[in-house]
Design a protein around this ligand. Sequence first.
Ligand SMILES: Nc1ncnc2c1ncn2[C@@H]1O[C@H](COP(=O)(O)OP(=O)(O)OP(=O)(O)O)[C@@H](O)[C@H]1O
Length: 312
Amino acid sequence: MSIVVRNLVKSFGETRAVNGIDFEIPGPRIVGLIGPNGAGKTTTLRMLTTFLAPTHGSVCIAGFDTVDRAQEARRQIGYLPESTAIYPDARVSEFLAFRAKLKNVPRRSRGGEIDRCLHACGIVNLRQRIIGRLSHGQRRRVALADALLSDPTVLILDEPTAGLDPLQVRQFRGLVAELAAEHTVLLSTHVLAEAQAICGRVLVMSQGRIVDDVDLGTGTEFHHCRLEVSGTAEVIRAALLTIDSVIAVEQSTSGDHWQRFELRCGKDHDVRPRVAEICVEQGWPIRELSSSLPELETRFVRAVFSEPRKAA
Ligand SMILES: Nc1ncnc2c1ncn2[C@@H]1O[C@H](COP(=O)(O)OP(=O)(O)OP(=O)(O)O)[C@@H](O)[C@H]1O
């Protein structure tokens, strides 16, 4: 088992940042931790990486308790914090050599290990560059190379793509997906599309608790479609349900005369042409008809907003 978390609690004075969470991650795959601001994601990751001691409960990383066997646990973890303070005046190679030494990579294998991590992160060409003169995206890759030193079992990435441009985001996601072949990756993100794109499973946090645990599998079990249309909700719903491959129709919001529907359809069935046909036949104006990623979004909104709000 790569990560086992049991009844984990962290209090800061009166604030219960993490309020009794449990989960297990058995082996290599990407698991996302999502939740609104202040949900407790960073605090959870900081406990997992041994930077914070739990108030109650326990974390085991690759079989090592993060309190009783903190050093061994730490060796199994590569951590990419949300903001990385890496030495701006150092060259990439100097920085990684320093970090490898701190991580007790034996002197004779240090060069090879640094090469491996530079290669894995696609930054062999940056080896002699001064860190302070790199772009934000390049610096994130250097920080990821640091996290990979000494080949940890578990990679913990806090908002790994924050501040990257769209191209860098794509490249970084690709890189993380490759790393997940051999590492257990737990990453926090605010971006649902990111979780949907690369995670096999997503833990939804709200107010210090895990309020949903979504197995996205291959993400291809269902096809989803979003429709915003004007007309009588019940009539539209009934018409949509007559389409063969439509499994479920959910009315997610309705404002003025516009009705919004999420359709869940059988795998490989794009129902948009048939939906458009029906709307045209019935004379229902369409404002949106798109292929969507609602499963996670709908579950996220439902899980987070069905939580009772704390009194202010
Ligand atoms: N060192 C600290 N001292 C006091 N309160 C803290 C501390 N660290 C976090 N908190 C509080 O714990 C709660 C959870 O914070 P945390 O940073 O874990 O949330 P988050 O989900 O990572 O949020 P964000 O998405 O905004 O980064 C917040 O209410 C925060 O104010």
